[in-house]
Design a protein around this ligand. Structure first.
Ligand code: FES
Length: 368
């Protein structure tokens, strides 16, 4: 026979209210809707978010609680996710006796984890790397923005293109160029700031939207590339806004180190191409270098090539012409590729190297 446990005086739960209470030391949520009391588990079956902190939403098919971490919804009575989706929260039986709400000791409906049958992100979840001791896969990422219908010359993109061609011709590398402006992807929505466990690999946004353009970056950067070349213009002394939009979404890569002690980026080299009409190359290079080493990338000696014409060069229309005449640009892009590939070769020579991360771990977050 099912055992029932008293959890709350009945007069402490008002109509349209919900409360988190303890049942044998585990959190459950009590709801009172139209005078009826229901109970479901507080731990979201998705990534264990605290459902009880969520808001109640009225839908045509019933009342739902919305998980505050990634927005999954569960019916207050049946525990089911909305029609058309799969997933189920644990549901407990309730009754009232002697002014107390009693809840069944065990669920009358068990939870079902939300797992798509064929997960389009399975290769990312399983970390199906496409690199080997001998692979030479080079990913170029242009972070320049422009109107696709009114294209213009991008100096950083010109030289990025040259770098990839040179690597292909001289070293037989496989190359891919991704222009961030061609990808549609959402900004980081800051799940990490709510709770570090809410920032997942692959990104929570990727799970919500497998067509999100950042999935292409995750696949190519984490699984496919041996070497990444980032091209950026200088915008008010900083990398481009698209660059920042991308790296905020790479938080899920770095976060794996903090949360899981798992380094996703190993044996990879990154280098940078930074160009602009005006200056601040060192600042841009410094920012990029810091970020990418935090992910686990190695930097080659002389990790960037930079080109600018200085503070008073307001005649932007002359940039592309002067840029294409520059002997320094032609030479240094080759040096950049040569040095980066030499570094990659050194790393691959010792590909079993066990990389330790000195990054803070979640267990150290109390400043102990
Ligand atoms: S943890 Fe609840 S929706 Fe992700």
């Amino acid at each position: 026979m099912m055992r029932y446990i008293p959890v709350l005086p009945v007069n402490e739960l008002k109509n349209k209210e919900h409360k988190v209470v303890l049942l044998n030391g585990k959190k459950i949520i009590l709801f009172k809707t139209d005078g009826k009391i229901t109970a479901i588990s507080n731990t979201c079956p998705h990534k264990a978010g605290p459902l009880g902190d969520g808001k109640i939403e009225s839908r045509p098919d019933g009342m739902y609680i919305v998980c505050p971490w990634h927005g999954w919804k569960y019916n207050l009575v049946t525990g089911k996710v909305p029609p058309g989706y799969e997933g189920q929260q644990a549901v407990f039986d309730t009754k009232i006796e002697d002014g107390m709400i009693l809840v069944s000791e065990n669920p009358i409906i068990n939870p079902e984890k939300i797992e798509p049958k064929e997960n389009p992100l399975q290769d990312l979840i399983d970390l199906q790397y496409q690199t080997s001791n001998s692979s030479l896969n080079i990913l170029g990422i242009s972070t320049t923005n422009m109107n696709k219908n009114l294209p213009r010359v991008s100096t950083s993109e010109l030289v990025l293109d040259d770098a990839l061609k040179y690597a292909k011709e001289k070293y037989g590398a496989s190359t891919v160029l991704i222009k961030l402006r061609d990808l549609e992807f959402r900004h980081c929505e800051g799940y990490y700031s709510r709770n570090e466990q809410a920032c997942t690999w692959p990104c929570s946004i990727s799970e919500m939207d497998p067509n999100d353009g950042m999935n292409e970056i995750y696949r190519k950067m984490v699984l496919w590339a041996d070497m990444v070349i980032i091209g950026s213009p200088i915008r008010w002394g900083n990398p481009s806004a698209l660059y920042f939009k991308m790296i905020e979404r790479l938080n899920c890569v770095q976060n794996q180190i903090t949360l899981q002690d798992r380094i996703l980026i190993k044996n990879k080299v990154v280098c940078f191409i930074i160009t602009g009409g005006q200056d601040n190359i060192q600042n841009v290079a410094g920012q990029m270098s810091t970020f990418f080493t935090q992910l686990g990338f190695s930097l080659p000696p002389f990790a960037f090539m930079g080109w600018s014409r200085g503070w008073i060069a307001e005649d932007m229309e002359n940039n592309a012409t002067l840029f294409s005449k520059s002997r320094y640009v032609k030479r240094s892009v080759k040096d950049l590729v040569d040095n980066s590939l030499k570094t990659l070769r050194q790393i691959k020579g010792d590909i079993c190297i066990d990389i330790n991360s000195p990054q803070p771990k979640l267990s150290e977050s109390l400043n102990i």
